[in-house]
Design a protein around this ligand. Sequence first.
Ligand SMILES: [Zn+2]
Length: 129
Amino acid sequence: MPVYEFRCQECGRLARLTYSFSEYDEATPVCPQCGSEKLNRRIGRVALGRSEEAQMDSMLDENALAGLDEEDPQALGRFMRKMSREMGEDLGDEFEEVVDRLEKGQSPEQIEEALPELADDAGAAADPF
Ligand SMILES: [Zn+2]
């Protein structure tokens, strides 16, 4: 879920509050330090009202992937889980299963073997005949 940043006008503290896009419309941000509702929204990276699609693109750009070792299934699993959290979406049991297995250190090949449906999908995409 996106993090929104506010500057409290009462105590000057920077408050980071997490809301889903739908929650944010309804939310009344309150300073966690002094309880004041006089918070100025700071316009930051996530506060520009970009579409979720654009947000998705930015997560998948090279910066997001920098430092990701594709040979390390556990790092890949953590990355995929982080991505799904940032999207704030339930990507389904199949996704969870894959991430679980990656985090246990299984290679993508092992996972394809264990989950033939995934391999079928991949095969169909690679070879339509
Ligand atoms: Zn305050």
